[in-house]
Design a protein around this ligand. Sequence first.
Ligand SMILES: [Zn+2]
Length: 106
Amino acid sequence: MNNIIAKTGQSWKLIFLLVAMLLAGIAMAYALLSISVLSNTLFYMYMLSGVWIGALGFIYVCFCIQCPTCGDKWFWNAVSGKESGEWGLWLKSLNACPKCGESFDT
Ligand SMILES: [Zn+2]
């Protein structure tokens, strides 16, 4: 276990994001598949809740995956500062905080 997110016990936040994205996808897929039977209001409700669940999950993870020592927001740094194809790998290869250098090895 070298990754700092795992070492600081924050992996569940990534799983939380995955579940939120999945729920958002299901809500929107359901709305699109049932477009002929749903009323306009219900259709919008499903689409909107899908967008909100996804967005809130993402925002939560952006602000809450952080360094316990200096508060650096690792996930946010990854998605805002790296190329779209690279941030996942960058995040995965982090084994010490890029800001304060803490490696959280016990
Ligand atoms: Zn730090």
